[in-house]
Design a binder for this molecule. Structure first.
Ligand SMILES: [Fe+2]
Ligand SMILES: [Fe+2]
Length: 167
């Protein structure tokens, strides 16, 4: 059964938002690469891939419901981060924006009693808690590292160990 026109538009916007998140992570990844922090660059690149997976998940759901998808314009962020911590803070801000949008989708699905949306949105709400948590922890560790170059390099090595998860 199709979702309403309003929900079709909200799901389309969510696909656009996940693509925006993906491009933003890729931009931050390039910034880290230019700052000689390849581990953090790799972490961001893997995250960028996960966001593409999220976009596809929303897209497939919308199409499975018999609706159509309209991808909007994605505005790339300016790669002007003052520090590694600022770059991860930008990532955290971005995740919070995505969380808000998913909560709004949830509110809309509740209002329209679109029960089929709930398992999908539940999965995403849990995912957002995990993503915010992992980025928050990294921001905290970068705060502790401060200007200490060896602590930063150690953290870079640790984050570089992240492996992509099969979607
Ligand atoms: Fe996402
Ligand atoms: Fe995310």
């Amino acid at each position: 059964m199709k979702v309403s026109d309003a929900m079709e538009s909200a799901y389309s916007d969510q696909v656009t938002l996940e693509l925006w998140a993906s491009i933003s992570y890729l931009q931050i990844s390039a910034w880290f690469e230019s700052k000689d922090l390849p581990g953090m660059a790799s972490w961001m690149r893997i995250q960028s891939g996960e966001e593409i997976g999220h976009a596809l998940r929303f897209m497939d759901f919308l199409l499975a419901r018999g609706n159509s998808l309209t991808i909007g314009t994605v505005e790339s962020p300016k790669p002007t981060y003052g520090s590694a911590k600022a770059a991860f803070e930008a990532a955290l801000e971005q995740e919070r924006t995505v969380t808000k949008a998913i909560r709004e989708l949830y509110a809309m699905a509740s209002k329209e009693k679109d029960a089929e949306s709930f398992p999908l949105l539940d999965w995403f709400l849990t995912e957002q808690v995990e993503e915010e948590d992992s980025v928050q922890k990294i921001v905290g560790q970068l705060r502790l590292a401060g200007q200490n170059g060896s602590a930063l390099l150690m953290l870079d090595r640790e984050l570089g160990a992240r492996k992509p998860v099969a979607q």
